[in-house]
Every structure is written in structure tokens, then in C-alpha cells.
Design a protein. Structure first.
Lengths: 458, 299
């Protein structure tokens, strides 16, 4: 009898422990069993001696996903000694992808190669999360890439990342609707990079076109990174960038008199009802706004779906300086600190950034290529004229990368918060309050400076 | 003089078996609750940038000193308390009303039960995105503003106005969460003996009196439980501001959990985020204990 009880007890204990261990394995084993692999998994050479590299990138549209499948099959077939596996990570138009990288840093589980948004390069480089790749891209080769791309990917005189594509923002306009509103469309069409629309001209068009069913313009790309990305050129055009050139000072820049004026101009568009604080998805495409500060990627969307005649002109300039500036920057490939096969990763990136691959990738993702020579490729024929050519011209002549500072993520989120507050205040009060704008931009300076001084100032 | 009670062999064995059976739960509790809490407290004493775990330095209570002088922390605390104080009664009353409604026997009641419960089965992220569209200030997109304008009213900037954003989130959260509490209330209602209602009815009690003197006392235990869990859930508000408003406008929907997230992940101040989390933990414990005492006092 006692023996039976003891056996029962033993069985119960064994079951309990098995359950505990299996549950623990379920909870904690995600990293190793997950197909995202990365880190130590990817470091191991396979049994046939091949080096396995893992690459992370935000999930993209079908054409881009297909491009990757085709190209990686090609690479893996030609290079049995270096096998590359890509993991597409959902970004959800938010910070989910960046958060995944952050958690991978803390658990030392980074993939060998991962894509980072342009302005984040400085942050990752300053914190030693990515390693220099200058030796894989010589000066001759880099001279073929857009200056803005190289500048954005460089930190402390070292190249830390490399991008195949660029992006830009310009002013889209609904020709049909503008004609109905007696706006001189031919005048807009005749504008050049030396003579773009000014802010006051844009405000005038917006005023003419605002009705119960339409707003005159669209200036809020989103309430996150889209705000500094799309609006920084306005600040530069009016005389002051967000941050000092060395990336260490915000005082006297983003909160300067000129910057307050720029924010006032934007807030007035909202206060007067010419732009929505809360724009609907695809507001321009859905025929709900007359003009839009939109991205270069919108060309393909409008070509495919717009049921009205539209055009695109250069990024508007400040009335006081007339200085043409435009946004740029895109996702760039970088090699992580956890990569034990940097030379192989470098070799793969050299191949990935060849002029042919850059051209076909740019065509698939519908963005301008970073390499000048890629435009000679058949796949880039669409960039020879029309709206796409305008974006390339703008990128080559007026593009300015976002601030290169390791505290960019703090700056970006605080700036987005401040501008959202400014717009919200303008929308509620139907007026622009200079003191409030100053207060909000000062708060951006405080947050940035605190972070920079705490972690990076020597 | 205390007398040690001797347990029989059988009882001893049962007690040992009980301890053994708690091992998995205890193990998981320690691994996923106690250890993280201890680590949070530990890291709150360090200057720790999240991407530099190799370079952390002990700074004592500096994070806490900074926290109590941080205006954003107090705003987040105020918003969290505001949300909790409003959403708990709103959600509980709504849930009780729905439970009363679907506890009656009529044709198609099961459909109503399913309908009221269905928001609970939908991910909060999906619900938040849907309500962001419903709340859109443009009447051509936002269904609610479309209804308001068709009634001759001005459209409302529900989520982009600091005065209405949090209330809009409260309404949506109450709507989404009430289905779950409704099911608990429904179970509670079914536990009240029918003869109590019959006796009250014979005594001439009106429906309102029956509700006040039979239903509510009968649901006392259920109400305590529902209020407690709703309060704890409310204190953890994160998804709705994250998806719908990003803490804005003008910080009006910034909550403590959202603040912890932005400090820890967006701004990388992991040590400081841990300090906020530790204080938040203490606040939740104090509120839960106070609530428990308050409820015990009413017994």
C-alpha cells in the first residue's frame, strides 16, 4: 500500500515538473525555435561548411517580397558557401520593427544584417550596434550613390549602412479640382526647381480650394516619424535646421525664431481649416484634399488608382529665403555587432547594392534608386521623365538628410508629439498661439539635450 | 500552552502532494512575476540606456528623484486615474444593464448575448483602429460625425481635441470591455434564487425595488469581483492610446503604462522606465488593497 502511494506521489511529481519545464520551454524558447532565428543560430556554419547569414527587414508589398525571394534564390545558388535567409518583420506603420531590434540588442540576438531607417543609422552606430562597412564600398563606388544617401549612412567618418533606394516628398495636386477652383494649373506645371511654389502661394491655393467636401492641402503624413521627415525641409528653407550640424545642439535651432515661424505657418493651415489635423487614409487619392505633401512612393499608387487628373510639383519654399530643400532617406542595410562573418556579410551587401540589383529593387519598391548608374537600366526607364524624374531631380539637387545625431529617436518622437500638440491646439482654438508653439518647441530641445548630454556628450 | 496538532499519515501525504502540485505554478509565478519585479526594482537604480546593457551605472535613487519632479509622470498618473475612475463605473453599469437585458427570456436572446460579447473577442488593436475611423473628424469618413452633421450639428474632433480624446477612449473601452463583465454578471444573476423575486413580488415590490433589494444584494460578491478586475485592467491602459492617439493631443491620453513604454523603448531610458514601472506597481498594489479593504468594510 505504501509503495503504491509512493509511486503515485512520484508520478505526480514527475508530471508536475514535466509540465513546468514544458511550459517554461514554450514561454522562453521562442528565440531559438522561432523562424526569425538570428543571433547565435545564424552564426553557426552549417554541416557542409557554409556560412549562414540572417537578414531582417520590415515586411513590404508583394512585389518587393517576390523580389527578395527571387534574388536570394539567385544568390544562394551562386554562393553555396554563404547562405542568406531573410526574415520579413511586420512594422505595422509604427515602431514594432524598431522595438524588435531593441529587444534583440538586449538579448544579444541580433541578425547578421538588418535594415534601419536612415536617421537611425547614427543612433545604432554611436551605440556600437552596427559595425562600419567602409572597406566594402570604396570611394569610386560610393561616388555613384546619391550624396544624401552616403551622408545619412555615415557616422563619425565611417560608412555604417548602405541603401538601394531613396525617397522624397513633393506637392501633389488634383488638376481637375484645381481647375474647378480657378487655380492656374498651367502656372503650377511650369514651375522648376529654381522657381518652386512658395508657402504663401500654397496657402492661397489651399484657401481657394477649401470647401465643405475638400480641404485645400494635406501636411500630416502621420503622427510619428512622418512629421520630422516630411516637414524638416520647411524649417531648413526658412533658415534653421532642427539640430546643429554636428548633431549635438538643439537650442537655437528647432526652437529658433525661424522655426517658430515655420510651425506657425503650418499651424495656420490647420487653424484656418485648409488642412485636416486628422486626415483620413489616402485623403488625396480619395478626392478629399486638393493638394498634398506626399511621398515619391505615391506616384505608383496614384497611377494605379486615381480617377482624376493629377500632377506633382517641387517641395514649396519659404517666401523669405526661396531656398529649395527636400526630404530624403530610406531604409538601409547594416551589419550588426553580433555578426561573426562580417566579411561575408560585406560581400553579400556589395552584391545586393550592384547597379542591376539596385535598379530592379527600386523598380519593385517604386522608389528612386540611390545609384546614378542604375538609371541606365531598363527597369528604371520610367524615371527618365514625368513625376518620377521630378523626384530624382529634386533628390539630386535639394535633398537634405534628417539630423545625424545619436539622439535622433528622442528628438523625433518628441518633435512629433510637439507638432501634434501645436496642430491640435490650432484646430481646437481656430487660431495660432505663438507662445504655445515656442513652449512646445522648447520642450523638444529639453528632451533632446537631456538625452544627448546624458549618453553622448563627452 | 500551545499544543502541536499531529497530522495523520494520510493528511501529511495530502499536504505533501498539495505542495508538489503547486510547484509548476510557483515556478512560473517566480520566473515570470517575482524575478521581473525584482529586476525592475534593481534596474530602476541604474542609468541604463536600453541598447547599452554593457554600459550601465549605479545612480542610487536619482531616477526616483527625477520622476517625482517629472511633469509628464504626474500628467500620466492623473490621466490613468481619470480613466480608471470613469471607466470602472461606466463599464460595470453598462455590463450590469446588458446582463439584466439578456437574462430575460425572449426569442433571440442568444443572438443579443453573442452580439454584446463579440467586441471582447476582437483584438483591442483592431477595435482601436475601427474606432479611430468611426471617430474621424471628417464626416465623409467618420460615421459618428456623419451622424452628427446629418442632425445639423458641427463635427467633433473626437481624438484630436485634448478635451474629448480621453472621454472618447473611455467610451470605446467601456463598449469593448462590457461584454466580458456582462457574462460574469449574467452568471451572478442566474445564481439568485427565483423565489426571492416571487416573494418580493407577492409583497408588492416594484421592479425597481426588486432590483434594489433583491438583485443588487444578490450580486454583491460578483460586483466586488467585477469592480476589482475592471479597476486593475483600467490602470494598465495602453493599447488604445498607443493605437489611437499616441498619448496626445497635448498629453491628454498619456497613461502611465504608455509613458513607461515610450521612456523604455522609444527613448531608450530603460533605467528611468523601470523606476516609473516600480512606482506604478506600488500604486496598483495600494489601490487594490484599499479597494479590498473598502469592500470588506461594506460586508
Amino acid at each position: 500500500m505504501k509503495l503504491k502511494k509512493a509511486a503515485k506521489m512520484l508520478l505526480a511529481s514527475a508530471l508536475s515538473l514535466t509540465l513546468a519545464l514544458s511550459l517554461t520551454a514554450c514561454g522562453g524558447g521562442g528565440g531559438s525555435s522561432d523562424s526569425t532565428g538570428g543571433g547565435s543560430d545564424s552564426q553557426e556554419a552549417s554541416s557542409d561548411g557554409a556560412v549562414n547569414l540572417t537578414l531582417w527587414q520590415p515586411t513590404d508589398k508583394e512585389a518587393v517580397e517576390n523580389w527578395w525571394v527571387e534574388k536570394l534564390d539567385e544568390w544562394n545558388a551562386e554562393h553555396p558557401e554563404i547562405q542568406v535567409k531573410r526574415e520579413a518583420i511586420d512594422r505595422s506603420d509604427s515602431y514594432a520593427y524598431e522595438n524588435k531590434i531593441t529587444t534583440a540588442v538586449t538579448s544579444n540576438d541580433l541578425p547578421d544584417i538588418f535594415f534601419v531607417d536612415g536617421p537611425a543609422v547614427s543612433y545604432y552606430a554611436a551605440n556600437g550596434i552596427i559595425v562600419p562597412i567602409s572597406e566594402y564600398f570604396g570611394e569610386d563606388e560610393l561616388s555613384d550613390f546619391a550624396d544624401s544617401t552616403v551622408a545619412q549612412c555615415t557616422y563619425d567618418d565611417e560608412l555604417y549602412a548602405i541603401s538601394a533606394t531613396e525617397s522624397s516628398v513633393a506637392l501633389y495636386y488634383n488638376k481637375d479640382y484645381l481647375k474647378d477652383c480657378d487655380v492656374d494649373v498651367k502656372d503650377i506645371e511650369s514651375r522648376t526647381l529654381d522657381n518652386p511654389l512658395t508657402w504663401s502661394e500654397l496657402a492661397e491655393i489651399a484657401e481657394k480650394c477649401t470647401t465643405d467636401n475638400y480641404v485645400g492641402t494635406h501636411v500630416i503624413m502621420d503622427h510619428g516619424e512622418g512629421l520630422p521627415y516630411a516637414l524638416e525641409p520647411m524649417f531648413i528653407s526658412n533658415g534653421k535646421d532642427f539640430i546643429s550640424e554636428d548633431g549635438s545642439e538643439a537650442e537655437g535651432y528647432v526652437n529658433s525664431k525661424e522655426s517658430v515661424e515655420t510651425a506657425e505657418y503650418l499651424a495656420k493651415l490647420i487653424a484656418d481649416g485648409y488642412a485636416n489635423i486628422d486626415p483620413i487614409q489616402d485623403e488625396f487619392l480619395n478626392g478629399a484634399c486638393a493638394t498634398m505633401l506626399g511621398g515619391s512612393w505615391d506616384v505608383a499608387i496614384l497611377e494605379g488608382s486615381a480617377d482624376f487628373d493629377w500632377g506633382v510639383t517641387y517641395y514649396p519654399v519659404s517666401d523669405s529665403t526661396k531656398k529649395a530643400v527636400s526630404p530624403c532617406g530610406d531604409w538601409s542595410a547594416a551589419v550588426s555587432k553580433n555578426c561573426e562573418h562580417v566579411a561575408e556579410a560585406g560581400e553579400f551587401l556589395q552584391w545586393l547594392m550592384s547597379k542591376e540589383n539596385v535598379a530592379s529593387y527600386a523598380a519593385a519598391i517604386a522608389k528612386p534608386a540611390t545609384r546614378a548608374s542604375s538609371y541606365e537600366e531598363e527597369s528604371m526607364a520610367e524615371y527618365k521623365d514625368g513625376p518620377r524624374a521630378m523626384f530624382v531631380e529634386q533628390l539630386q539637387n535639394t535633398a537634405v538628410p534628417r539630423p545625424r545625431t545619436p539622439s535622433y529617436s528622442v528628438f523625433s518622437s518628441k518633435y512629433a508629439e510637439a507638432m501634434t500638440n501645436i496642430f491640435s491646439d490650432a484646430a481646437s482654438a481656430h487660431e495660432v498661439k505663438t507662445d504655445y508653439i515656442q513652449e512646445q518647441l522648447d520642450s523638444v530641445v529639453s528632451a533632446f539635450q537631456e538625452d544627448y548630454d546624458m549618453y553622448y556628450a563627452n | 500552552m500551545s499544543k502541536q496538532v499531529k497530522l495523520s499519515g494520510r493528511k501529511k501525504n495530502e499536504r505533501t502532494a498539495a505542495y508538489i502540485f503547486t510547484i509548476p505554478a510557483m515556478f512560473l509565478l517566480v520566473a515570470f512575476l517575482v524575478v521581473p519585479i525584482l529586476y525592475t526594482i534593481r534596474y530602476s537604480l541604474f542609468q541604463y540606456q536600453i541598447v547599452r546593457p554593457d554600459n550601465i551605472s549605479f545612480i542610487g535613487l536619482q531616477n526616483y528623484t527625477k520622476l517625482f519632479q517629472d511633469e509628464n509622470f504626474w500628467i500620466a498618473l492623473k490621466n490613468t486615474v481619470y480613466f480608471t475612475v470613469l471607466v470602472v463605473p461606466f463599464q460595470c453599469v453598462l455590463a450590469l444593464a446588458l446582463a439584466m437585458l439578456v437574462s430575460s427570456k425572449f426569442r433571440g436572446v442568444a443572438i443579443f448575448r453573442t452580439m454584446y460579447f463579440s467586441p471582447q473577442l476582437t483584438s483591442m488593436v483592431v477595435v482601436s483602429i475601427l474606432w479611430t475611423v468611426l471617430y474621424n473628424s471628417n464626416p465623409s469618413t467618420g460615421l459618428i460625425n456623419s451622424m452628427l452633421t446629418s442632425l445639423g450639428m458641427e463635427p467633433v474632433n473626437f481624438l484630436s481635441n485634448a478635451k474629448t480624446a480621453m472621454n472618447s477612449i473611455i467610451f470605446m473601452s467601456g463598449w469593448q470591455g462590457a461584454g466580458y463583465q456582462m457574462m460574469i454578471f449574467l452568471a451572478g444573476l442566474q445564481g439568485i434564487p427565483r423565489d426571492q423575486y416571487e416573494a418580493a413580488s407577492v409583497d408588492g415590490a416594484t421592479k425597481v425595488q426588486q432590483f434594489l433589494y433583491v438583485t443588487l444584494p444578490g450580486l454583491k460578491g460578483t460586483i466586488k469581483y467585477v469592480v476589482m478586475i475592471t479597476m486593475i485592467q483600467a490602470m494598465k491602459l495602453f493599447t488604445q492610446p498607443y493605437v489611437m492617439t499616441q498619448g496626445g493631443p497635448k498629453n491628454s491620453t498619456k497613461t502611465l503604462v504608455y509613458y513607461i513604454y515610450t521612456q523604455g523603448f522609444q527613448q531608450g531610458n530603460f533605467g528611468y522606465a523601470c523606476a516609473v514601472a516600480a512606482v506604478f506597481f506600488v500604486i496598483v498594489v495600494i489601490m487594490s488593497l484599499s479597494m479590498k479593504k473598502l469592500i470588506a468594510a461594506t460586508d
